[in-house]
Design a protein around this ligand. Structure first.
Ligand SMILES: [Zn+2]
Length: 52
């Protein structure tokens, strides 16, 4: 199922690999080459983080 941008309903999402940074227990964790879909219109990134 194809997602759309929740801002404008734009359907042009491109696959990109980005550097993802988040904090956990007051530590910065950096993950490189995280695949996500980026809206070509506003640049919003949608991560497909699989819960394990
Ligand atoms: Zn967008």
């Amino acid at each position: 199922m194809r997602k759309t941008c929740h801002f404008y309903g734009n359907k042009n999402l491109k696959q990109v690999n980005v550097q993802y940074t988040y904090t956990h227990d007051n530590k910065y964790l950096i993950v490189n080459e995280v695949p996500c879909e980026q809206c070509e219109y506003c640049g919003e990134q949608y991560f497909k983080m699989a819960k394990r």
